[in-house]
Design a protein around this ligand. Structure first.
Ligand SMILES: Cc1cc2nc3c(=O)[nH]c(=O)nc-3n(C[C@H](O)[C@H](O)[C@H](O)COP(=O)(O)OP(=O)(O)OC[C@H]3O[C@@H](n4cnc5c(N)ncnc54)[C@H](O)[C@@H]3O)c2cc1C
Length: 394
């Protein structure tokens, strides 16, 4: 079968890539290994520049209807309580959306799919796991586990962290794996009643057991680090999870637990994001820890910018050098921005030295009290500076 563009992976990044290309008038086929869209609860925070892009694609109103608009987030200390609250409202001159939206990525993907399928010539083939990608004579051929083959002018690999497309290009995926795995527990308990005064998003410092507390439309999620030496089955055991939840707040009864999952967490960036006619976006290109909510967000930014640049190449408005400028720029963001911010978040949450911890708390308090400093800080943590780094925040 001959196609103009194949996108491998129907996660948030693959579907965004496909929709941008479809809106530019291109025929896109998406190959997805799953029999349907993934319902896994992973990313849940959307930052302002992502909201701008989703608005441009005409899907933001529907996402907001399904999500929660959160204007503030908190830094807290497990022992001493609130440290600082930062209000994204201060970004009103920087973005039309000076807030975060809290909503699981599994609620965005059906909206994107619906929009994509409204375009003639665009299809999603479920149950088709790519097993090999080969380039020859200006064509790329993708073969799937079912034995079918697709040939296209361009292939975009959006097939997640274990990307077959990335592996097919031979690009190394260097970086680190964190020693501890992260446990995500979802609960229907109302954390705002259990811990009065918390925001919808809270980063809680602790040298032994830091936490992230996040509100999503139907439940709260709590992220914990786990002992690197403890087997996975012990860490997800219901009684062990209850013990950890009791440490957050003793309700005098078991917490209502929806589910708990354990994740290995990595910081890795592919050696290159374009190899011939194969492009990489999202987790296929780079993975980072989830502290700060930048994985899906930066992946959606890759999707929009890479797809727009590819569309310009396809219409002859731009050459490959222009496409390379964009994809190399995205690689720089993954290396020097997303990796740095998320890794710093991890170090600060678990800081062991009491003096360094106190100094960091004092810095955050001073920041929250200083509008110019808050604005500069929030431009960075909400990823505005990753896309508009040359625009001064003064
Ligand atoms: C606990 C947790 C919390 C997180 N929180 C946030 C957050 O708040 N904000 C944020 O920005 N990020 C967050 N992330 C990261 C975020 O989930 C990922 O960055 C995001 O899912 C990447 O999207 P993607 O479309 O690139 O890849 P994926 O979501 O992994 O989608 C890849 C798709 O490709 C398909 N696929 C895989 N292999 C093949 C194949 N061979 N052939 C065809 N299809 C294939 C898969 O089935 C899947 O549908 C979090 C991650 C975790 C684990």
């Amino acid at each position: 079968m001959t196609n103009e563009i194949l996108v491998v992976g129907a996660g948030p990044v693959g579907l965004t890539t496909a929709l941008v290309l479809a809106r530019s008038g291109h025929a896109v086929t998406v190959l997805e290994a799953g029999e349907s869209l993934s319902s896994e609860s992973r990313a849940s925070t959307y930052h302002p520049p992502t909201l701008e892009m989703l608005a441009e694609l005409g899907v933001l109103d529907e996402l907001i209807e399904r999500g929660i608009v959160s204007q503030a987030f908190q830094y807290r200390d497990r022992e001493s309580g609130p440290v600082a609250e930062l209000d994204l409202g201060i970004l009103s001159e920087d973005t039309p959306y000076p807030f975060r939206v809290q909503c699981e990525q599994s609620k965005l993907t059906p909206i994107l799919l619906d929009r994509l399928l409204r375009h003639d010539g665009c299809v999603v083939e479920f149950g088709e796991a790519a097993t090999s990608v080969e380039q020859a004579d200006d064509r790329v051929t993708v073969t799937t586990a079912s034995g079918r083959s697709w040939s296209a002018d361009w292939v975009v690999g959006a097939d997640g962290a274990s990307s077959v497309v990335r592996k097919s290009t031979g690009a190394a995926f260097e970086g680190i794996t964190y020693p501890e795995r992260f446990l995500v527990a979802s609960t229907t308990e109302d954390l705002a009643s259990v811990l009065p005064g918390i925001a919808d998003v809270n980063y809680v410092f602790d040298p032994h057991e830091w936490l992230v507390l996040l509100k999503t439309p139907e439940h709260w999620r709590i992220l914990f680090p786990t002992d690197p030496n403890s087997p996975a089955e012990v860490e997800v055991d219901a009684e062990r999870v209850q013990e950890r939840l009791r440490g957050v707040a003793d309700l005098g009864r078991p917490w209502q637990l929806l589910h708990a999952s354990l994740y290995h967490v990595h910081q890795r960036v592919a050696e290159r994001f374009r190899t011939g006619r194969v492009l990489l976006v999202g987790d296929a290109a780079h993975v980072n820890n989830p502290l700060g909510g930048m994985g899906m967000n930066s992946g959606i930014h890759d999707a929009v910018l890479t797809a727009r640049a590819l569309a310009d190449v396809l219409t002859g408005e731009a050459d490959l050098a222009a496409l390379d400028t964009v994809v190399e720029g995205r690689r720089d963001v993954a290396l020097s921005y997303v990796r740095t911010v998320t890794h710093d978040n991890w170090k600060q949450l678990r800081e062991q030295d009491p003096a360094a911890r106190a100094a960091h708390h004092a810095e955050l308090r001073a920041l929250a009290a200083d509008p110019a400093a808050s604005r500069a800080y929030l431009r960075r943590t909400s990823m505005i500076d990753s896309l508009r780094p040359l625009e001064p925040a003064g």
